[in-house]
Design a protein around this ligand. Structure first.
Ligand SMILES: Nc1ncnc2c1ncn2[C@@H]1O[C@H](COP(=O)(O)OP(=O)(O)O)[C@@H](O)[C@H]1O
Ligand SMILES: N[C@@H](CCC(=O)OP(=O)(O)O)C(=O)O
Length: 363
């Protein structure tokens, strides 16, 4: 199973004003256990602003953008250092990846980020992701790490998104202000009633409270990834959830990930076409095989890497839509050529396929 784990500031501080090292040890031990059980883990972590605040000696609270960016710039390195040290104890190699809204909006950047994260996972490296707060303008930010974790879950096509926080899960109202609120174990669909249950942020350090968690659950479940919101103070919470135990609030997925991906590919109007020779057309039509540059006879239109293109047979028959791994300019240079020649012709390679079979929707 591929699991994305989101850790909020509330979890990393364990009710204190600083990064709570013993809590971090517990969390890293949990991640290591899940990996040892054969699963892949991606961590989305908050805490940069908090770590910066701690490093500068707790300056007076100032919510201006410039101050938050400064604190994040100071804190991100320290946060990552803490993770890297702990990960070493468990022999977990980690990679820092800082993302922001453009990395999800722009298809070329999206594909590049996906390639990097998948490469990390293929090599057993655990990505440790945060928003690139120091440079992201407010209007261009994802804005909160709950939503970021849902975007990341979509990016890596996670089987599960686990959001750990300082509450046991979702209640019918904020349990801090409504002691009579009742716990909700399963949410089948994020309806207006569910939205009404979201209060504001619980702690003065967190961003968004349950509201952004419900939003994240909606984004991820619509793309086929179930979401669990669970308490971050149980050291073995992650292992138990991954093992299928009913802990926290579970949001059920609406669709399969494959369906969601197809919708995503078809959502963009094709900006160009690739015409195939008979052999490639047959492989695509009958087997849904990846399209290699060797089978392309013509490239029409202009498009960038990551964009949706039409896939046409030799007679012009409309066979499929797919995400091109190369721009139209690059494809004109490698069309009809063997995949092993791509690097020599372009000076770089994004892999042997022009369109990977996972990125192909047959019509
Ligand atoms: N309906 C609800 N159910 C549970 N918690 C809620 C609800 N509404 C608001 N909250 C608050 O949301 C808080 C978690 O959000 P937040 O402080 O932003 O945490 P994090 O740093 O983990 O993102 C909880 O402590 C809780 O007080
Ligand atoms: N990117 C910010 C955290 C933003 C955020 O969403 O925080 P939280 O609600 O605690 O998950 C940071 O690292 O401080």
């Amino acid at each position: 199973m591929r699991v994305v784990l989101k850790l909020g500031t509330s979890v990393l501080t364990a009710g204190t004003d600083r990064l709570h090292r013993p809590r971090l040890v517990d969390l890293m031990r949990g991640l290591s256990a899940v990996r040892q059980a054969g699963h892949e883990a991606v961590l989305v972590t908050s805490g940069a602003v908090l770590a910066g605040w701690e490093a500068l000696g707790f300056p007076p609270r100032d919510r201006t953008l410039a101050e938050k960016q400064l604190l994040a710039a100071v804190g991100q390195g320290r946060l990552m250092h803490a993770y890297a040290q702990l990960a070493d104890l468990y022999s977990v190699p980690v990679a820092q990846v800082l993302l922001t809204a453009d990395d999800f909006r722009d298809r070329t950047r999206y594909l590049n980020a996906r390639t990097t994260l998948n490469a990390c996972l293929a090599r057993g490296v655990m990505p440790v992701i945060n928003e690139n707060d120091a440079v992201a303008l407010e209007q261009l930010k994802v804005g909160d790490n709950d939503t970021l974790s849902a975007f990341v879950a979509n990016l890596v096509e996670a089987d599960l998104l686990v959001i750990l926080t300082d509450a046991p899960g979702l209640y019918t109202a904020d349990p801090r202000t409504h002691p009579d609120a009742t716990f909700i174990p399963v949410v089948e669909r994020v309806t207006p009633e569910v939205w009404a249950q979201a209060g504001g942020a619980g702690s003065h350090r967190g961003t968004g409270g349950m509201h952004t968690k419900i939003q994240a659950a909606e984004v991820a479940t619509r793309a086929g990834t179930p979401v669990v919101i669970a308490p971050g103070d149980a050291p073995d919470a992650l292992s138990r959830i991954v093992a299928g135990e009913a802990l926290g609030t579970r949001f059920l997925a609406h669709t399969s990930r494959l369906e969601a991906r197809k919708r995503w590919i078809l959502a963009e109007v094709a900006s160009g076409s690739l015409r195939l020779d008979a052999g490639a057309a047959q492989a695509v039509r009958e087997r849904g095989a990846s399209l290699l540059p060797a089978g392309i006879t013509a490239v029409e239109g202009r498009f960038a890497r990551g964009h949706t293109v039409r896939v046409l047979g030799p007679d012009g028959a409309d066979l499929a839509r797919g995400l091109s791994r190369y721009s139209s300019g690059d494809l004109t240079r490698i069309q009809g050529r063997h995949s092993r020649d791509v690097e020599g012709l372009l000076g770089f390679t994004y892999g042997p396929e022009a369109i990977h079979r996972d990125d192909l929707v047959r019509l």
